[in-house]
Ligand binder design. Structure first.
Ligand code: SAH
Length: 360
């Protein structure tokens, strides 16, 4: 990369220090810049956004690096006030969506790592729109910075919010995206986000959800990346999965489960298995038993997601009773922890699988 083009959000703290060393500048200045980026949440290389830097250092930085934030095209709030969806425009005009979700006592950002998605899952709006391009690590990191900054600004005008509502606590890599299709940028972004001297979104705070890109799961296992892994299953047989998820033909259920076993063994971590519940399609107690048998002996937790509506798919979400029964089978017959994902932002199309980056 041309030196003048270095985007500061693309660099780990170590790399920022190296850059300063190459420029013949003291490490302490690199650390100040890092502090301004991730504690100050700076959005530009300027005296105002990066106070405390000697003018000559600031000038060197402005000459040799850039800091690019996405532009907010639209911010939409859900009627319950718990969710805000940002339609963001990147440097080249491509659009992505980032979602801020409030749960009791914690704030989570759902960030995108691609513009569009190439996986083509039939019930997902992002899959229905197709793939445009990968995001850089800096573009992923900038979404978290944007949300953290928005929280700070909101909190300043709202003394009633508790401290826990003001800080970005968790990141889910589940936006318009198949994160393991953009492995290098995603793991670089994770390294930057989890830096304890920065946003400090450590291992327990970042969840990566994948459709089942087997080589990526094996790489995560080998590199022992500190994050929570979530796997989209949605069906417990090869045929059932392939009908919903086209890439299941490329990486079969057997290969996927073997990669999951390897991941759990090498990291010692429990995996979350996601199951989008579609009425009459994959929500019967028998299906729950198939899933229970599939996960037998694995450190697992199941996360049920009643289908969210999208334009391109006609299925209906499972109703309350079948959801409860499905959950009961897994818990009581298989002793598997099983939660139902809280629905957030459905009225503003900010729920799982609803992100399509359109302004309507
Ligand atoms: N590509 C990643 C992230 C997708 S979004 C993956 O496949 O895991 C996170 C979850 O939402 C996935 O489990 C995905 O299958 C699910 N999902 C997609 N569309 C949905 C919809 N319309 N309703 C409910 N869940 C959906």
């Amino acid at each position: 990369m041309e030196e003048s083009a270095v985007n500061l959000h693309d660099l780990t703290r170590g790399e920022l220090r190296l850059l300063f060393a190459r420029w013949g500048l003291a490490t302490v200045h690199a650390d100040t810049v890092w502090n301004r980026l991730y504690l100050g949440l700076a959005t530009a290389i300027s005296e105002q956004e990066m106070p405390g830097l000697p003018p000559r250092i600031l000038a060197r930085l402005a000459a040799g690096a850039r800091l690019t934030m996405p532009r907010v095209v639209l911010a939409t709030d859900s009627t319950d006030g718990f969710t805000r969806k940002y339609l963001l425009s990147l440097d080249d005009g491509r659009r992505i969506e980032t979602v801020l979700m409030r749960y009791s006592g914690r704030v989570t950002a759902c960030v995108s790592s691609q513009a569009g998605c190439a996986m083509g899952c039939v019930f997902c709006a992002t899959g229905q729109t197709g793939f445009t391009r990968h995001l850089t690590a800096g573009e992923i990191v900038a979404q978290a910075v944007h949300v953290a900054r928005a929280l700070r600004t909101q909190a300043a005008g709202d003394a009633e919010r508790s401290a826990s509502d003001r800080r970005l606590r968790n990141i889910v890599l589940m936006g318009m995206v198949e994160p393991l299709h953009n492995y290098d940028a995603v793991v670089r972004a994770v390294d930057i986000l989890r830096d304890p001297a920065g946003l400090a979104l450590g291992a327990e705070r970042i969840t990566l959800s994948t459709v089942g890109v087997v080589p990526g799961i094996l790489r995560l296992a080998q590199e022992r990346r500190p994050l929570h892994l979530a796997i989209s299953l949605h069906a417990a047989t090869q045929e059932g999965r392939a009908a919903l998820i086209p890439v299941a033909r490329r990486w079969t259920l057997d290969e996927l489960m073997s990669a999951c076993r390897t991941y759990s063994e090498s990291t010692g971590r429990r995996i979350f298995y996601e199951w989008t519940l579609i009425a009459g399609r994959n929500d019967s107690p028998e299906e729950a038993r198939q899933l229970g048998r599939l996960l037998h002996g694995l450190p697992a937790q199941v996360n049920l997601i009643p289908l969210n509506p999208t334009v391109g798919y006609e299925g209906e979400p499972s109703r309350t009773e079948p959801v409860r029964r499905f959950q009961d089978v897994l818990r009581k017959e298989f002793d598997l922890p099983c939660t139902v994902r809280q629905r957030r932002g459905i009225d503003i199309a900010a729920g799982c699988g609803q992100l399509a980056a359109t302004a309507t």
